[in-house]
Design a protein around this ligand. Structure first.
Ligand SMILES: *Cc1c(COP(=O)(O)O)cnc(C)c1O
Length: 425
């Protein structure tokens, strides 16, 4: 299916029924699989034949969704996880161990900041943050011989900074390490990071991919392009894995070495696997992803333009605004479009922000973002509450920042709701 357009892949990739089989992706609600001989099952455990052994490691329903997402991103393989957090964790643990470190852009999702700066630190893996104003030389200076990867978000949640993917890929590759990109807010509809040099992509599928705020999930996608052997920094991929009778991932799985290890070693051991029913629901969301992203973009831009012209608004951020400081990168990486998330400040700071939010009727206050319903959140007092003042500044989040996730309702109803709430401030 290599030649179909992305809208077609959203529908047609993944489950491909044989003669007489169900047309729609079946839910294989089974933990286990039957084999005719003990020898065959033994070979599965040696990874010498392909096949499902246990749903923690793989499942036919989950596999179809993985194939679809890999096709959308243009990767050699994907691994679905129980959440976006699990995807971030596994993506890094797969190539970094205690005593090693990695570089991350500071403008990333608050939950990822906690994972990197607190929990991974306790595991002995150190994160070094690169702030948006750093020069190349300053970022190069963060590296040492224990640095194993670089991490960033295509469109940062909620700062809405667009990642200069080529720049960060260039910096990472100069040190023979991969660039890992969280593509949650862009989705492969707006940006395919592999085409700009990223090596690994992750998503919280909880957001636009599901798109209906129904199911938590994540995914890791492998471009298959990073040369682990030539780098010389990843013995976990290039020397025998004792837990599989000496399998060598790069030798035995070639371009799919990284994603195979993430599955058969880390998913086996850590167990953050998705449920088949959750993947069925995610697949329904994926079928309409291209359509929905187009409307999210249009509605988000319309809201951003409306706010930009309102005298009670101090500032508005949406990369698709033509006067945005992110616009140049938005044109290069996102085709000039953005997702439905808009951030802005209301005159009067934190108190006015709260008043505004409390007067919205159609847009509801929820922790979630990036689904069909318009919603609103004040990150500094909720999702990013654990961050210090300096971390908030580094993440690009002011005390007055309101994050509005513009849905796919009729734009006139969304604008009327905003106008009404602003008149009450
Ligand atoms: C929500 C989010 C995550 C975490 O995903 P969960 O599915 O909530 O675990 C990671 N990255 C980004 C950009 C997110 O928005």
């Amino acid at each position: 299916m290599k030649d179909f357009h992305v809208e077609t892949k959203c529908i047609q990739e993944g489950w491909k029924p044989e003669n007489g089989e169900a047309r729609v992706l079946p839910i294989y609600q089974s933990t286990t699989y039957k084999y005719d001989s003990g020898e065959h099952l033994g070979k599965l455990f040696d990874l010498s034949v392909p096949g499902h052994m246990y749903t923690r490691i793989s499942n036919p329903t989950v596999s179809c969704v993985e194939e679809k997402i890999a096709a959308l991103e243009g990767g050699v393989g994907a691994l679905c996880t129980s959440s976006g957090q699990a995807a971030s964790l596994l993506a890094i643990l797969n190539i970094a161990s205690a005593g090693e470190n990695f570089i991350s852009c500071s403008t990333i999702y608050g939950g990822t900041v906690n994972l990197f700066a607190v929990t991974m630190k306790r595991m002995g893996i150190e994160v070094r943050f690169a702030t948006p104003d750093m020069t190349d030389a300053e970022i190069h200076a963060l590296f040492d011989d224990k640095t194993r990867l670089v991490f960033g978000e295509t469109i940062a949640n909620p700062a809405l900074e667009v990642l200069d993917i080529e720049r960060f890929a260039g910096i990472a590759h100069a040190h023979s390490v991969p660039l890992v990109v969280d593509n949650t807010f862009a989705t492969p509809i707006l940006c395919r990071p592999f085409t700009f040099g990223a090596d690994i992509v992750i998503h919280s599928t909880t957001k636009y991919m599901d798109g209906h705020a129904s199911v938590v999930g994540g995914v890791i996608v492998d471009s298959g392009k990073f040369n682990w052997e030539a780098s010389g920094k990843y013995p976990e991929l290039t020397t025998p894995d004792e837990s599989y009778h000496g399998v060598v991932y790069t030798r035995d799985f070639g371009a799919a070495a990284y994603i195979t290890k993430a599955r058969v070693q880390l998913m086996r051991d850590l167990g953050t696997c998705p449920q088949p029913l959750a993947m069925y629901i995610l697949n329904l969301g994926l079928e309409t992803l291209a359509l929905r992203m187009e409307r999210h973009y249009e509605n988000g831009l319309a809201v951003a333009k409306y706010l930009a012209g309102h005298d009670k608004i101090t500032w508005v951020k949406n990369p698709a605004l033509s006067d945005s400081d992110q616009h140049e990168k938005c044109v290069k990486y996102l085709g000039g479009k953005s997702c439905g998330v808009v951030s802005f400040g209301v005159k009067g700071g934190r108190d006015a922000a709260m008043q505004f939010m409390n007067h919205l009727q159609l847009a509801q206050i929820v922790v979630h973002v990036a689904d069909a319903r318009t919603s609103v959140l004040h990150p500094a007092s909720t999702t990013h509450r654990q961050l210090t003042d300096q971390q908030l500044v580094d993440a690009g989040i002011g005390a007055d920042l309101i994050r509005m996730s513009v849905g796919i309702e009729n734009i006139n109803d969304i604008l009327a709701d905003i106008e009404n709430a602003l008149s009450a401030v």
